[in-house]
Design a protein around this ligand. Structure first.
Ligand code: FMN
Length: 333
């Protein structure tokens, strides 16, 4: 049994939320001892990289939002061989999230259901962690931001605009998360009532910041896989109109029959996420960069997403169930 498989087996003996923490802390210890190279892919770290979204990605496989919620581990994940890491989702104030247990792992089927609810240390501490760990990170850093639980939906835009001010200097790209199923009403932001107005305000903010002395940063929107194609088309057309730089397709889905609160990730949403990607590619062509996330579990999945039009790929469940194996096989593509 290799070190990667041994680590996963040990970690999966624990309850899922504890196991995530245990695994990431374990990797950090190996990192601090200078031993991480034994399970990381050194060849990949020497690659010359690729320009996407105006950024130089060391490779096209990244870590999806939510694995490093508080920006404690992204330098370690970079050392493992990921080309980019999206930290967060961070909110304005610290939040404890929903009651536990709130992560359920289905090991045989390779699915995860979570109802975390943006548990995080808040933007102030998050930025401190980012500043500290960025010194040891060569990849592309995305910062995911979200509305606080207590912020009324009518005022959600204020949270995003504030958070953009906070993260702008530290982020390589900013991910706008309006698609978590675990913050009440959050997904209403992608409805007719709110979306166009929200995205206009956010993209105006980007223009304001770019118009000053600041360097231009890509703004990326993370979309739910549960939109009807009719509404998805409206969302995509607004994104084209307001020149959103990138889209992440998708977050977790509430279309499951697990009798548990929360969104499902992993194998179960593979097809949903492929269909969303295909649809987005058809509408957006090459105007908007597409990041595929959802059910990417095998090397074949990785190739398929690129063939369907993904510019980049993010892993969450694939990393939880297969560790760095998928990352290594993805590198050969
Ligand atoms: C436990 C857990 C926590 C997550 N937290 C976040 C989050 O804070 N922000 C976010 O944008 N996505 C979050 N996600 C969604 C993932 O980033 C990813 O988009 C989703 O799991 C689909 O990818 P997968 O099938 O590879 O897991 C979370 C997913 C899981 C399983």
């Amino acid at each position: 049994m290799n070190l990667n498989k041994l680590g996963i087996s040990l970690a999966h003996l624990l309850p899922p939320e504890l196991s995530n923490k245990f695994s990431l802390e374990g990797l950090k210890i190996l990192y601090n001892l200078g031993l991480l190279s034994s399970i990381s892919n050194q060849d990949f770290q020497d690659s010359i990289g690729e320009q996407i979204l105006g950024l130089n990605f060391p490779n096209k496989i990244g870590v999806a939002g939510g694995l490093d919620k508080n920006a404690d581990y992204f330098h370690v994940l970079g050392k493992l061989g990921f080309g980019f890491v999206e930290v967060g989702t961070l909110t304005l104030k610290p939040q404890s999230g929903n009651p536990k247990p709130r992560i359920h792992r289905f090991t045989k089927e390779k699915n995860i259901v979570n109802s975390l609810g943006f548990n995080n240390v808040g933007i102030y501490q998050g930025l401190k962690n980012i500043e500290k760990n960025k010194l040891f990170f060569d990849g592309v850093l995305g910062i995911s931001i979200g509305k606080s639980k207590e912020t009324k939906i009518e005022n959600a835009y204020k949270d995003y605009l504030h958070l953009i001010d906070y993260v702008y200097d530290q982020a390589d790209y900013i991910a706008i998360n309006i698609s978590s199923p675990n913050t009440e009403n959050l997904r209403d932001l992608s409805s007719d009532n709110y979306f166009k107005n929200l995205i206009e305000k956010i993209m105006n903010k980007k223009d304001q910041l770019n118009g000053g002395i600041k360097q231009s940063k890509p703004f990326i929107l993370k979309i739910s896989p549960d939109e009807s194609f009719e509404n998805l088309e409206k969302i995509l057309l607004s994104c084209l109109e307001f020149k959103v730089d990138g889209l992440i397709l998708n977050n977790s889905s509430v279309q499951h029959s697990k009798n548990l609160k929360g969104g499902i990730s992993g194998n179960y949403i593979k097809k949903l996420s492929e269909d969303n990607l295909t649809f987005a590619k058809k509408i957006c062509g090459n105007e908007i960069s597409l990041i595929s996330s959802g059910g990417i579990m095998t090397k074949e999945d990785v190739s398929k997403r690129f063939s369907l039009g993904a510019d980049l790929i993010q892993l969450y469940s694939g990393f939880i169930f297969y560790g760095t194996d998928l990352l290594k096989s993805g590198l050969e593509i």
